[in-house]
Design a protein around this ligand. Structure first.
Ligand SMILES: NC(=O)c1ccc[n+]([C@@H]2O[C@H](COP(=O)([O-])OP(=O)(O)OC[C@H]3O[C@@H](n4cnc5c(N)ncnc54)[C@H](O)[C@@H]3O)[C@@H](O)[C@H]2O)c1
Length: 266
């Protein structure tokens, strides 16, 4: 760590809410590697979370933006370029919310208004972020955009509810926008499919701690924690990965490739 592999780069980090948040760790690791960043979250999260503390610690500006508002996102990019002194090199989208999950609605008894909201916040926001940056020409050549996903996009995890479809949509946006952004100015777009992680969003899922332990036993390396996810994101933002794009990359200690683990049988 601390090799300055992001020296001279400017980034925007979405979704740090508290010290558990994956984005919190990513922000810390990016700054430790020499990057200058702005932090952003929904105005309501800024009132209840602890983002101020992170902003002070890393000496970086916090710019509120609801990821469903084009106006907020436009302002976020304009202000970030102003504060950081130039175009952006990397973006982390670490945003998700499902009212159906939060209210423990069963998958077979979904509230569709809430489902719209889930897709809007957790997936369409990713397209919105990229389209805003694209139209403003806010990314430097060779830039890197990442969003955080989960393997429920490919396999069935019954308690993950509509977030499964949300992640499938998110990953598809990475592929489709990745084409356009590569052609425009060699910007890379990928998703990182992360292990279950003890955070506010993660622990909202029914039976999360049992599932966490199951995944830990199934993965030969164990669950990847938020700090190791941050290391991987740093690598993906660096110039060492400049030919990787339109991929969903598993960061899961080997979970996705396992069929059966004797450890789980006890
Ligand atoms: N925790 C896990 O087990 C796990 C596993 C794989 C992927 N992920 C993904 O990682 C990402 C980050 O989640 P986390 O686990 O760090 O939890 P978290 O609760 O700390 O982060 C979710 C963030 O989304 C933000 N958010 C919600 N609505 C928003 C809006 N309208 N506009 C802007 N921001 C908004 C929240 O304020 C919060 O900061 C999510 O995409 C999540 O699905 C989490």
């Amino acid at each position: 760590m601390g090799k300055d592999i992001l020296q001279g780069k400017r980034g925007i980090i979405f979704g740090a809410l508290d010290e558990q948040s994956i984005a919190w760790h990513v922000a810390e690791h990016c700054v430790a590697e020499g990057a200058k960043i702005t932090l952003t979250n929904a105005p309501v999260a800024l009132r209840f979370g602890g983002l101020d503390k992170l902003g002070e610690k890393l000496n970086c500006e916090i710019i509120p933006a609801d990821a469903t508002s084009l106006e907020d996102l436009d302002n976020l990019f304009q202000k970030s370029m102003e504060v950081l002194g130039g175009k952006i090199d990397f973006i982390l989208h670490s945003v998700a919310m499902s009212i159906n999950v939060r209210k423990k609605k069963e998958y077979t008894d979904i509230n569709y208004d809430w489902m719209h909201k889930t897709f809007d916040i957790s997936a369409m926001s990713f397209h919105r972020v990229m389209q805003t940056a694209y139209k403003l020409d806010a990314m430097n050549e060779g830039g890197s955009v990442l969003a955080l996903s989960f393997i429920a996009a490919q396999r069935v995890f019954p308690d993950y509810n509509e977030m499964a479809e949300s992640k499938a949509l998110l990953e598809s946006f990475a592929r489709s926008f990745g084409y356009h952004y590569a052609k425009k100015n060699k910007v890379r777009v990928n998703t990182v499919s992360q292990s279950p992680t003890m955070t506010t969003a993660g622990s909202g899922v029914k039976g999360f701690s049992d599932f966490y332990n199951y995944a830990d036993a199934m993965s030969p390396l164990g669950n990847a924690d938020a700090a190791s996810c941050a290391d991987f994101c740093v690598a993906m933002f660096s110039d060492y990965t400049r030919m990787v794009t339109m991929q969903n990359l598993y960061h899961d200690g080997g979970f996705s490739t396992m069929g059966m683990a004797p450890e789980v049988l006890g």
